[in-house]
Design a protein around this ligand. Sequence first.
Ligand code: NAD
Length: 284
Amino acid sequence: MAGPKTLDQFDIKGRSALVTGAASGIGLAYAECMAEAGARVTLTDIDAEGAEREAKRLVDEGYEARWDVCDVSQLDQVAAAFDNHVAAYGGCDIAFANAGLDVGGGFWTPEGDRNPEGQIDVYDPQRWYKSIGINLTGVFHTVREAARVMKAHERNDHRRGGSIVITSSNAAEVNEAIVGVPYMAAKAGVKHFMRHAAYELAAYGIRVNAIAPGPFVTNIGDGWVKKNPAAKKAWDELVPVGRMAETHQIKPLALLLASDAGSYMTGAHVMIDGGMQLGPIKPI
Ligand code: NAD
């Protein structure tokens, strides 16, 4: 048989990973996944307490983890987080540009009512600026700094390249009116920015891919899905597979893209959405 065995290609022992928005939800699942698979991981978040709490929990469980405070909308904070990671771990093999949020103002409320604040002609521009600043510009900042550090591998040590994984959304592809117009615009921007970054960085051995989740149970949108069982049930019934996803379900895909198992994948926008892109089971 030629080439490495299948499971060996998922091995990331000895590598290091930085995750943005790692204190909660999907980012926390990425951080756990990296640690469980043997990598050293930095959990960064605007929520310093949350990042510290989760990194300490991972360390208590026997993994190698550290934390840093980092608002992805601020380039200097993102650059510092990568510099601190490199100082601690000697490079950065894997970066997850994950931090994001829903600023509210969706066309529909979670309960399915028309939202008076969510219509374009009255939409609060401050919400737009905030969403774009974190969901789109924050991804640019993170990919920029990851590329800077990963390109330096070539000059400074034996490693070459790396893997960058961006959290996009099914809202990049379909009109998900519950999240509001800047979120959809940001995620569609993320998708195309990812494609260019993948094209440009391929020559340096740096792969760039995006994971596009459908509805996952997290704290996004002030955790409405956890606080409101009726709204959660209504959403479960919209998804073709019959339920919203739990965050552990994203880990195998994260490891595929982060590891050598995904060595021929770059520029991919991978949906993990229980079939939502095929259309909701009932009209929203
Ligand atoms: P979450 O609220 O559970 O976690 C998001 C984390 O990002 C939080 O810890 C938060 O403190 C952090 N964060 C927010 N603003 C930040 C900033 N400016 N800088 C750094 N960190 C910041 O939500 P989640 O659902 O896990 O969201 C993670 C990513 O997944 C986001 O990019 C989101 O758009 C995307 N996503 C989520 C879903 C879903 O259904 N939950 C679907 C598609 C895409």
